[in-house]
Design a protein around this ligand. Sequence first.
Ligand code: OGA
Ligand code: NI
Length: 340
Amino acid sequence: MDIKEDKELRWFDVEFVPEDYIFSKEERPQNLDIPVCDLIPVIDLAKAATSNGHTQSIEAVLTASQEFGLFQVINHGISEKTLNDAMSVVKEFFDMPSKDRTGIVPHMKNWIYTNSTDYAKDGVHLWRENLKHSCHPLEKSIPLWPHKPTRYQEVIAAYVVEIQKLSSRILEMICIGLGLDPEFFNDKSEVQLLSTNFYPPCPDPTLTLGILAHQDPSLITLLYQGNSTGLQVLKDGEWINVGAIPNAFVVNIGNQLEIISNGKLKSIKHRVVNSMHETRRSIATFVNPSPDSIIEPAKTLVNELEPIRYKASRYKEYVHRNKAFGDYTVALQNAVHSES
Ligand code: OGA
Ligand code: NI
């Protein structure tokens, strides 16, 4: 390995996968030799903006959300510069010396950084590092974000503003597709949480996982993955690879939208596998219901033929009960609200 003497050795600078990173046979990927799925829908939002393409695009979004629970969007209006700046500041964050990242961990209240060694399921660690923080209300959240790299707050704030617009547009398309009021989510949804991930190369990715199979506890999640691969979704019992499309967002349906749609839209299981040579970085933004809103199937989607399939729950109680977003989510939300 070509490591300069003054370079800090990190947990992933190893020749073999340490035992406490090896998942059970049932959980680990084993076979990584699967093709990229070209069936996953790609929706061109430039077409959606034309009067001819509008209805077609809404149908495409709805079909994708029913069949896959996931689609990609291109020509979404967020500039390449905004995307590149966000990804490069994320890269800088994870490349900083660890003292700059871990200063506020563990049990800090505004943002949470987890080194892979902090996180374990049944004693097994994920092959990733993660940074999470609240984004709502945005103006109050920004000063609570990492101060290093110095551009972090400015660059990520600009990114989140764009995500707010894009996610509202996508939610509106979904509402129209479901036959709900296009403004159904206007005062009920917020870009609440940003979670960025760093998945370094791994000596044997058949044994490890970047993220375990899970569904998102959001309404929708917008994921920017740069040009990297590694995201997989479970479709008809098989794991399939989601391809990397330059400047695209991966949009997936979360549990809360599945509930509101009374099961019409599916919240799909997904995970991240590691790579031997490539580094993956991703920025996930969770568009969530406001904490006090009651989440239940929309009244207009329930009838004699479509009986109600889900119980109502206050969103913050759901998050608490399911430890959604990990153990610290409630603390993160409280951090922002206690500033008010
Ligand atoms: C998530 C997630 C995928 C990724 O944060 O919920 O699925 O590529 N992330 O980081
Ligand atoms: Ni996810």
